[in-house]
Design a protein around this ligand. Structure first.
Ligand code: ADP
Ligand code: MG
Length: 140
């Protein structure tokens, strides 16, 4: 386990960019944390590290966005609106995550049974006593 602390959105972006720059084929990141902690911001930094040039939007209403402009294909899932993990079959979740690209799943805990053991689990948390922009980022 590794714990990082950031005190600004920019620092979270930089940390995530570093992860993205080191990511290899087939890497899966299960990203957890409450609404507004910085999961999408982390994803944007990670994508920058993969060399993706397009803007990364919040895919809440689409579940999946695919980006092909980086060093590896990048699959950004946001499963917040999933009602039943079986819905993931319909979009071909396994074909993506076990494919050649790199995947990040926001709200992964909602589909925990579908997240493989080898996934990197990252949780972002606030701690109000440490300031509004403080985040603790735990990597398992
Ligand atoms: P989520 O996807 O988890 O719902 P977002 O990434 O959309 O969250 O939003 C995170 C918000 O928190 C952004 O407005 C960002 O600027 C803000 N923020 C403040 N401090 C930090 C920090 N240290 N790390 C990440 N985000 C931060
Ligand atoms: Mg988000």
């Amino acid at each position: 386990m590794e714990v990082f602390e950031t005190f600004s959105p920019g620092k979270t972006f930089e940390l995530a960019k570093n992860f993205g720059s080191k990511a290899g084929k087939g890497e899966i990141i299960a990203l957890n944390g409450d609404l507004g902690v910085g999961k999408t911001l982390f994803t944007q930094g990670f994508a920058a590290g993969l060399g993706i040039t397009e803007p990364i939007s919040s895919p809440t209403f689409t579940i999946l966005q695919v980006y092909d402009s980086g060093r590896l294909p990048f699959y950004h899932f946001d499963v917040y609106r999933i009602g039943d993990p079986e819905e993931m079959d319909e979009i071909g979740f396994e074909e993506y995550i076990f494919g050649e690209g790199v995947s990040i799943v926001e709200w992964a805990e909602l589909i925990d049974e579908l997240i493989p053991d080898e996934a990197i689990r990252i949780t972002i948390e606030k701690e109000p006593e440490k300031g509004f922009d403080y985040r603790r980022i735990t990597v398992l």
